[in-house]
Write a protein that binds this ligand. Sequence first.
Ligand SMILES: *Cc1c(COP(=O)(O)O)cnc(C)c1O
Length: 456
Amino acid sequence: MLQNIKYYSTNLQAEKVSFREALLKGLAPDRGLYMPDTIPLVSSEELQAFKDHEYYEIAYKVLRKFLHQEVPDHDLLNIARDAYDFHVPLENVYERKYIMRLDHGPTASFKDFAARMMGRLMQYFLRKENRNLLILTATSGDTGSAIANAFYGLRNIKAVVLFPETEVTERQRKQMTTLHKNIKIISVKGKFDDCQALVKRAFADPELNHLRLSSANSINIGRLLPQSVYYIYAYSKLNNGKPDDKIIFSVPSGNFGDLMGGLIAMKAGLPVKRFVVSTNANDEVPVYWQTGTYNTIIPSVNCISSAMNVGHPSNMARIVALYGGVMDENGVMVTEPDIEKMRAEMFAVSIDDKATKETIRTAYERFNLLLEPHGAVGWAGLMKDFEVNQPDAGQDQLSVSLETAHPAKFPEEIRGVIGIEPELPESLKYLDEKTEKFDSIENDYHVFKNYLKDNY
Ligand SMILES: *Cc1c(COP(=O)(O)O)cnc(C)c1O
């Protein structure tokens, strides 16, 4: 039986809404983030049955629990099949340690999983109601291309993507700026956090109400829920059928949307032993774990795992909510969460650039494992967990580290460290032949606001 799930705001000052409303609004009216008020269960029988399912079937079966028939089953199944038409390889490294490659989608980053599902769900509701939306999103690199690609050519939706001028790679930029049509790309003279602040302010600006703005950042619940599916997928494919077989996931984290997906999967009953929360030098979360004091890092530190250069992750409010606390949109802890429980369920570790490069090198030399910087942060975090928490963990410990982007998206780093040229996936091959088009603005809200008014 399906539970009736509503979505509440992490600031607790707004009414609960349906999935449809949470999806189309993005941010709650009190500036909080939407969360399901109940997490539906995935039973161990279901998990075993998923062993023989395709990825899209698992996505359909998991997501329908959260949508409570707001999208009829056959429509949802079609959306899932259409969104997930690519492989999700689980690559064995040694013993029962795996890399899950989430980089086989059209923009070669894990953000395709979320963006493609969210775009299609939005289109489903908008077409039914004959309405339009303007999506605003800030990107540190991969979100923008995934969103632009996922929304490209969809009906009833236009999208504006802001990126920090100097913080995305050329390839990431081209993945966005060569699309055109219903997609506009803006380069901002600032950092990712500045882009995100501009977007957040536009949402809260009553003078822009007529534009029907919505968000596609990981603050949107429609992006978050699909990110719980691959954790369930990995476990269902790799578990040994014994009830005590628990899994460790290492999640390279920036804005913590990916990790939130995993935490939701765990609360839905997935037998997770622990999450390794792997950040780069933006270590506000590992420091919080250690000290119990949360301080944002502004401006954020520039690391080679550039999509994780986030000094104030917006999903922190959701993680805090999941553990009984309240954090407002400025990062102020209004009510303390159960930090002991957080520490027990998550091991947080910061990996700097030097260690990241070292990991790219040793993973390649020891295991013939090709990692790009984000995946290397994840793998290094997992190795750290073995060292610190389980020095004598046997070969039986099932562990999966997430590779969130394709190595060919970061050729400079890979070339520099191990001297090889990662092969381009099909989706990235023709970028250089296409024409780029984007606008540039100062990091100034009034300039951004006028841009929106003039263009829409
Ligand atoms: C966005 C991104 C991350 C971080 O994911 P969050 O959900 O923001 O924590 C990690 N790796 C890559 C390649 C990304 O694009």
